[in-house]
Design a protein around this ligand. Structure first.
Ligand SMILES: [Mg+2]
Length: 381
């Protein structure tokens, strides 16, 4: 694939509801209502338009990347990928320069490569990432304030997996216990987004109590850079016969970190394509986890639908054995702010992959223009 022209846009779609990641040290982390990110569109020599997004958040509270920083970096390294022939996704990432970390930034370019390659080769994207035609089962996230009635409605819609964001609070534990008791058959999970401190005995007591509820998983309770204590926690659950399952999200950015988690007995990994650096890395991680009997599912970064289509393709991989976090189009963005021509529809808890060349959902250039704050075009010299 060769890029003749690369158009980059700083876009600000608005979220219907701000998305809280939970508090750390008493400080809230809330995404939105403005969801700043960067859209990449590459015109290839064959005349196709490849799509990718840099799904950074507006502030570095999920990982060290953030959108203003990514935009500055892009002005320096974006021109490096124009006018060069690329044969695999790592080549385009390497062409950006010797960049340490910045996986979300790199993923934008790797995914752009896959997106364009699928179109050029006339094949569905899933076929390039080890996927198949199977429909993708998805779960739902509900706020902890949701009533039993709200939860019953979600179950009636067909969702088998329900996720609730929690913090190190007795109140959160009691809410989850109520949901568990009222819905014993649902796959109930909690996501703590690193809000528990392994050195705090009260936090560790609460984690044990959450584990005793026999949840599908406790996602990322401890700090992002602390695989060690996550492993120790899982081993303690196993040793003491507590049905707790630790899932890692923020902690897994590289294949080496994945190996550490697998070796230590972590049973579940949330794979976010942006967090790990692109579809090619996500595929390697899922292949590896599958070969070791470790379950995976696909998480999201509140990305627009054309990028969710990338996640959907990845979620058709046979190693993805748990319901993924891929919502339909209307779930997050205010009307008109999601730059897609046709919505991604859910049927119950299932989204069907489209059997067409490329990602399957087209860009709405008019909507894209309306959410653009600034734009730069890099041309071949
Ligand atoms: Mg998470």
């Amino acid at each position: 694939m060769k890029i003749e022209q690369l158009e980059v846009r700083y876009i600000i779609p608005k979220l219907i509801n701000p998305f809280p990641l939970g508090e750390v040290n008493g400080k809230p982390r809330i995404v939105g209502p403005a969801r700043d990110m960067i859209a990449l569109q590459a015109q290839t020599t064959e005349g196709y338009l490849g799509w990718g997004t840099i799904d950074t958040l507006p502030f570095p509270f999920y990982n060290p990347e953030w959108t203003e920083g990514a935009w500055e970096l892009l002005q320096r390294v974006g021109p490096n990928v124009v006018g060069v022939e690329f044969f695999d996704p790592q080549e385009i990432v390497d062409a950006l320069g010797p960049i340490v970390g910045h996986n979300i930034f790199k993923a934008g370019f790797a995914n752009l490569f896959f997106d364009a390659s699928a179109q050029i080769n006339g094949v569905p994207l899933y076929s390039l990432v080890g996927g198949s035609r199977r429909p993708v089962e998805v779960g739902i996230s509900i706020p902890k304030s949701a009533s039993q009635d709200d939860i019953r409605k979600q179950i009636a819609q067909g969702f088998r997996r329900i996720k609730v964001k929690v913090g190190p609070l007795q109140d959160d534990l009691e809410k989850i216990a109520l949901i568990r008791n009222a819905n014993p058959d649902v796959m109930l999970m909690v996501d703590a987004n690193s809000s528990f401190d392994h050195g705090n005995p009260e936090h560790m007591r609460l984690l044990r109590k959450f584990a005793e509820l026999d949840l599908l998983m406790i996602e990322q309770p401890l700090a992002p850079d602390d695989i060690r204590h996550h492993i120790a926690l899982q081993q303690k659950f196993d040793r003491e016969g507590i049905p707790g399952r630790v899932c890692l999200d923020e902690s897994i950015e590289t294949l080496d970190q994945l190996e550490q988690a697998i070796e230590g007995g972590i049973p579940i990994i949330n794979i976010k394509i942006a967090r790990v650096g692109g579809l090619h890395v996500a595929k390697q991680m899922i292949d590896r986890a599958q070969s070791e009997g470790v379950a995976t599912w696909i998480g999201g970064m509140l990305e627009p639908t054309p990028s969710k289509a990338h996640s959907l393709a990845m979620a058709t991989h046979p190693g993805v054995t748990l319901p993924s976090d891929i919502s339909g189009t209307k779930a997050y963005f205010v009307e008109g702010d999601d730059p897609v021509t046709e919505p991604m529809e859910r049927e119950g808890a299932v989204i069907k992959i489209r059997e067409v060349p490329g990602r399957g959902w087209d860009i709405d250039q008019v909507k894209l223009k309306e959410i653009t704050a600034k734009q730069v075009v890099f041309e071949k010299k």
